[in-house]
Design a protein around this ligand. Sequence first.
Ligand code: PHE
Length: 349
Amino acid sequence: MIVALADFLHELDELAAAGGAVLGGAADQAALETARVEFLGAKSGRLKTLQKGLGSVAGSDKPAAGKRFNEVKQLLEAALANAQSRLASADAAPSGPPLDPTQPGPRPTLGHLHPLTQTIEELKEIMGRLGFTVADGPEIEDERHNFEALNIPADHPARDPLENFFLATAGATAGSPDAGLPGGRPLLLRSQTSTVQIRVMEQQPPPVRIIALGRVYRPDTADATHYPMFHQIEGLLVDRHVTMADLKSMLRLFAASYLGREVHIRFRPSFFPFTEPSVEVDMSWGDRWIEMGGAGMVDPNVLRAVGYDPEQVTGFAFGLGVERVCARRHGVADIREFYKNDVRFLHQF
Ligand code: PHE
């Protein structure tokens, strides 16, 4: 039986069209393998079947039929190779849903205020409700504000150069009034926030109702409760008829507000050059008393040093350690943790 060339070529074209479509559309490796067997299978693929038909084409038509057959074979093989590489690169691509650019991005980790700063903000807020405004002063001070106006005489042990961070400024020596600074004043890092009492009273007449919060510096060896730099909160109230009872109720209110419950305040007799009488302030903590700082009635010499009349006004002052109250409240056993900048510690607050 002789097959007409036109019919043979027509069958080749159909095979080319069908094979190209099925191989090109295979969605996965299994579908592609099925298609490969159907069209290019070595035993009974459709191309193989047509190749057998080549023998039935008339001899003079054989070159044309063979040429077209080879073209279709190459075409199907190319379609198979294309499909293989297409599926291989799809396999290598990341699985999962495609990128959705409209989704919200990963949330950045936000930091927060340092626990000491949080404490300072909270203390300011509480004292603000009690009518105290915030005053500020420099951390580099002169001896008048750190000592003299606070009634701390030149021979007082607190003025010992070894107890303070005096600045090595040109020729200025602790305790030498004519030392070589402009004005001959030695400078030091303030050892207490009581300096701000003086600065405020120098600037305004009574009444005064301020708090000051900030860093102070002392050459202490760092341990669980000491550090060469720490923070104090200072309070000063000067007015007519201010008494020690006012001081005690104010401190009790302050402590209760900070801790959020009733607190007992205990005064122990003490001494500070700038208060008379002077006390240590303890706060009840469970079944223990915790020392919070010092306080007292402003010494008349301090009032005189800033030009106030101690016959007209009286006042109280207190100074508490910020690290101490913060550590107490959060159960921090070692204040050095506050300064290490270890986020594993800091992120807990
Ligand atoms: N300035 C004192 C200190 O640093 C604390 C204090 C302040 C005491 C105010 C009495 C009055 O220890």
